[in-house]
Design a protein around this ligand. Structure first.
Ligand code: GRG
Length: 298
């Protein structure tokens, strides 16, 4: 697969995800209009859509129909968008810029931002439970269970709690890893597994390899996020740069230094490729996505 083919595929998935999200979100003309407008503001017209891309790339391995993958992709992106809205609020990370725009509580107000997050979270599960998803009921329940587990206190929300408690503290490498496996890694892992579960059952050995890949990429995403926070500027990131150091947050860069954090990212990328080697060309897009995650600029 050439670079151009991969870039075309990414654009195509990003566009169909945008359309699926636009359809899933209530129209802004429906009451309560401000809440619906704010939900659309939070979700549409921004973001790299890394999680939907992972859903679709993993779904191809299971030969899942694209329409079915749209539902899973939409659900996971809605959870991600909710987490960003709540994370930016004054009681958490207190940020004013996200995806190059004012954050939801700045553009609207705090109560609206809280409700936007709540409503996006429940909408995610409504989308997965939708009859039009074309998945049998047992499959739907399995996917709902997977996404709920990845989002809750044993997944993303738990990781966020650990993150908030860690500000100003020195964490060991193991503690930092535990935090990120939950905060960022759980949803990324769930994206791959949702895709893999949306089609014909994948052989147990291949599923194990996909899961190993997904865990590595989830952590890798965060290592690179830490490097970008230290190196990139606010305009490129579309969010405030240098916040980790300013807020005295433990990161891979503060723990290992920039050079070793970059070396770690390269090692993890090689491991991620290795995990998928026996899947051959069927996993070409997943491998290219791992590269994209490492070499991205924002
Ligand atoms: C509030 C329950 C709750 C959880 C928040 C994911 C998270 C937990 C907070 C986001 C804050 C943050 C900067 C996390 C680091 C990694 C990360 C998830 C970055 C943002 O994801 P991208 O780069 O964003 O995929 P886009 O905008 O491209 O979708």
């Amino acid at each position: 697969m050439s670079q151009n083919d991969f870039a075309d595929w990414m654009r195509q998935i990003q566009q169909r995800t945008e359309a699926a999200l636009g359809n899933a979100l209530p129209d802004a003309s429906l009451a309560p209009t401000q809440l619906h407008a704010a939900m659309r503001y939070a979700v549409l017209g921004g973001g790299k859509r890394v999680r939907p891309l992972l859903v679709h790339a993993a779904g191809e391995i299971a030969e899942a129909p694209a329409e079915r993958l749209d539902h899973a992709a939409c659900a996971v992106e809605l959870i991600h968008a909710y987490s960003l809205v709540h994370d930016d609020m004054p009681c958490m990370d207190d940020d004013i810029l996200r995806r190059g725009k004012p954050t939801v509580h700045v553009e609207y107000d705090e109560a609206t931002a809280l409700l936007v997050g709540d409503a996006l979270q429940t909408l995610a599960f409504q989308v997965l439970a939708d009859e039009a998803a074309g998945i049998d009921t047992a499959g739907q329940v399995a996917m709902i269970r997977l996404l709920a587990g990845a989002s809750g206190s044993r997944g993303m929300a738990g990781g966020q709690a650990i993150d908030l408690a860690a500000v100003g503290k020195q964490l060991s490498r193991e503690e930092l890893e535990f935090m990120h496996i939950h905060k960022t890694g759980a949803l990324i892992r769930a994206s791959v597994l949702l895709g893999a579960h949306a089609g014909t059952p994948v052989a147990a050995d291949e599923l194990r390899r996909l899961d190993h890949f997904a865990k590595l990429v989830g952590l890798l995403f965060q290592v690179v996020d830490d490097i970008l926070d230290a190196e990139a500027d606010t305009a490129t990131l579309g969010k405030t740069a240098g916040k980790d150091a300013d807020h005295d947050k433990p990161t891979y860069v503060s723990l290992l230094g920039l050079g070793d954090a970059k070396r770690l990212a390269q090692e993890m990328l090689a491991d991620a490729h290795q995990a998928l080697a026996p899947l051959g060309d069927r996993a070409a897009r997943l491998r290219a996505l791992a590269d994209y995650i490492v070499y991205r600029s924002f």
